[in-house]
Design a protein around this ligand. Sequence first.
Ligand SMILES: *Cc1c(COP(=O)(O)O)cnc(C)c1O
Length: 225
Amino acid sequence: MLISERINSIKSDIPDSVKLVAVSKTQPNSIVMEAYNAGQRIFGENKVQDLTQKHDALPKDIEWHFIGHLQKNKVKYIAPFVSLIHGVDSLKLLSVINKEGLKSGRNIPCLLQVKIAKEDSKFGMDETELEQLLLSDDFKSFENITVRGLMGMATYADDVSIIRGEFQKLNTIFKRIRNENFSDDENFSELSMGMSGDYRIAIEEGATLVRIGSSIFGERNYSKQ
Ligand SMILES: *Cc1c(COP(=O)(O)O)cnc(C)c1O
């Protein structure tokens, strides 16, 4: 199947209210352009260098999302243009993003990453850390970031009930935080969860953003990078 056909079939599979982030990591610009020409405008990358290179080279109406683990010393490279940072997992990182937002004269949209999977390899805060961050004076002083919602990654498992349970847990946390910490802030509205293997479950459990790579572009070949 062509990339355009894959995109159209995924789009017909997800409700209009759910945004598709095409995860273009490891894909060359020519392949990203195939998706662009099929109408796709939101792309996700997990390496700062690839994100800046693609942003420089590709059409300016693309919304670039950063979906990986962001190092504090690299925030400055993406701050001038990034549309959404999905995986913010500490107050320190948020503080650096706020500082770089100020320097760029921007307000940078962010999602806070919550650890829902059992695997140690997954980043993110637990509920207590999340609450401490949101209640801190530092957080309340930030004027160059906007927290748009939460992001999470489920365990790599064949057992659908494990994945569904983790997404349900994230949605429960999302709703509680929205009621308790953002009741007068309509910006807090996004729940980023679901990848190629589990996006249908994620949407059933309340995702508003799905991050899909291999179902659009095929299996990644890291050696070609
Ligand atoms: C690579 C990646 C994805 C996309 O994964 P696929 O299984 O290829 O759809 C989604 N989210 C994050 C954070 C990723 O790193």
